[in-house]
Design a protein around this ligand. Structure first.
Ligand code: NAP
Ligand code: MG
Length: 477
């Protein structure tokens, strides 16, 4: 029997959500010229949080023009050491306002406060600190003695790590001397808008960072704008492909961070309790809304029954519910659309003959929720083994030999990440070498650090974000 926990809700009093928001262009919040409005909601309660502007084409023009002017008159000519001062200032302000940012992120996105507080926001601040350090050392980064910025970057990000994806995009772009126009996802614009206020607080010159909110159409107009020099996109493979097509034959440079279907491989000599923690972290972290989630468990056949028993026992202890409760492990699904996508794929899993097991837990009446679920009896041909579910759903497959594990792990159109659990260092090196994945974790999973490059193979995209590698996409070397 476990102990029952008293509720431990984080206070909402620390955030100040306005009734409506304009677009952040040239250092100011401005009303739209030819756009519309939409609402951002709290996915845990379906409460409307604020009215948000959807930028129209004249707004996109204005934002790109502001970024162009700032690039040519101030930011692109500024010495790296001066740019670094602004980036350090932003990093410090994020750290100072971290509680406010964490609460706002959890309210708008549905992720547990434990994760926004301990993972997302500390990494956001760390990213700005890290790239601030590069701003005056670009000549030593391996891209020539005096690498130049590219110009105006159009950046489009998804809803799963709203502020963290913003940091991955904006910090290296600014460190290298580019200016940016960023479009956050439709369902999670609020922390990007608070970041705009932080840019004001940091006295960042107008036009260096522009935030234009909106839906997919705003994103499309932004990336197709003729005065954009560089596009950085994180999101689905379908949209990434459409962007690549739309810019073919132009001089625009493109990096894509797309989906994944990572194999988390557990060998028979792995410490089972640690591996189970890693499996849980791999697929239930952030409700499984993680492009590099360990969504395919490959477990050696001889230990599969023991691992599955331990995994079910552990899953029964996961606390699903109020994202602002500090005890919550799994929060709300980000939107009604995402919930229906998860349901469609899990229904297909059952229809194709796999067996579902869900953690026994009560779900709130309001909001969007999905029980942590595993599928056994999965074959490689099943949709749940091939397609990205992007939810708290694990597909379990077994293998007998290392060669079979590698073949199954690589049998996917994606190649973003993978995990290996074994007692043998030599096996880690031998297997990692054969996995076609951008990141391979050994005896851990979902570990992130600003110094470490991240990115995909195959349909998971191209280009790297993070580390020294992350500078390359923003330098015209
Ligand atoms: P999505 O539809 O591709 O959306 C991503 C972003 O692109 C959003 O801001 C979206 O606006 C915008 N967008 C939509 N259509 C567009 C178009 N035609 N042109 C330009 N921008 C457009 O992806 P999602 O379903 O929201 O996000 C989940 C996906 O992102 C998953 O497949 C996941 O694997 C992937 N992801 C990858 C990484 C990575 O680092 N590799 C990280 C996180 C997520 P709206 O908000 O209005 O849709
Ligand atoms: Mg929202």
């Amino acid at each position: 029997m476990g102990f029952d926990y008293a509720p431990a809700p984080e206070s909402r009093a620390v955030v100040d959500i306005k009734g409506s928001y304009g677009l952040f262009i040239n250092g100011e919040f401005t009303p739209t010229i030819d756009g519309t409005t939409f609402k951002s909601i709290n996915p845990a309660t379906e409460e409307v949080l604020a009215e948000i502007t959807a930028a129209g084409s004249s707004d996109v023009d204005r934002a790109v023009a502001a970024a162009r002017t700032a690039y040519e008159t101030t930011w692109g000519r500024m010495p790296g050491a001066v740019r670094a001062k602004y980036l350090y200032r932003i990093a410090r302000l994020i750290a100072e306002r971290s509680r406010e940012l964490a609460v706002l992120e959890s309210i708008d996105n549905g992720k547990p406060i434990r994760e926004s507080r301990d993972v997302d926001i500390p990494l956001v601040s760390a990213h700005f600190f890290y790239y601030a350090g590069w701003a005056d050392k670009l000549g030593y980064a391996g891209f020539g003695a005096d690498p130049r910025p590219i110009g105006v970057a159009a950046q489009v990000i998804p809803w799963n790590f709203p502020l963290l994806m913003l940091a991955w995009k904006i910090a290296p772009a600014l460190a290298c001397g580019n200016t940016v126009v960023l479009k956050p996802a439709e369902t999670t614009p609020l922390t990007a808008l608070l970041f705009a206020e932080i840019c004001q607080q940091a006295d960042l010159p107008p036009g260096v960072v522009n935030i234009i909110t909106g839906a997919g159409e705003t994103g499309r107009m932004l990336v197709e704008h003729p005065d954009v020099d560089k596009i950085a996109f994180t999101g689905s493979t379908a949209v990434g492909r459409a962007i690549a097509k739309s810019i073919a034959g132009t001089r625009k440079r493109l990096t894509l961070e797309l989906g994944g279907k990572a194999a988390n491989i557990v060998f028979d000599d792995a410490p089972i309790d640690q591996a189970v923690e890693g499996i849980v972290n791999g697929i239930f972290f952030n409700q499984g809304h993680v492009c590099c989630a360990g969504s395919r468990l490959l477990v050696q056949e001889s230990i599969a029954p023991d691992v599955l028993d331990a995994l079910k026992r552990r899953m029964a202890l996961l606390r699903v519910g109020d994202p602002l409760d500090k005890n919550t492990d799994v929060g709300a699904i980000n939107s009604a659309e995402q919930l229906s996508r998860i349901r469609e794929l899990t229904d297909a899993g059952s229809a194709e003959g796999a067996d579902a097991w869900s953690a026994p837990c009560e779900l709130p009446d309001q909001g969007f929720w999905f029980r942590p679920t595993i599928f056994t009896g999965v074959s490689q041909a099943h949709r749940i083994a091939r397609e990205e579910i992007f939810g708290p759903v694990l597909s379990v497959l077994t293998f007998r030999t290392p060669a079979e594990a590698i073949e199954k792990a690589n049998n996917t159109p994606y190649g973003l990440s993978a995990g290996i659990w074994t007692d043998k260092g030599s096996r880690i090196l031998a297997v990692a070498d054969k996995l076609r994945a951008g990141v391979v974790w050994a005896n851990t999973f979902n570990k992130f650090d600003p110094t470490s490059p991240f990115g995909g193979y195959k349909e998971s995209g191209y280009g790297r974000e993070g580390g020294r590698h992350g500078l390359e996409a923003y330098l015209a070397h």
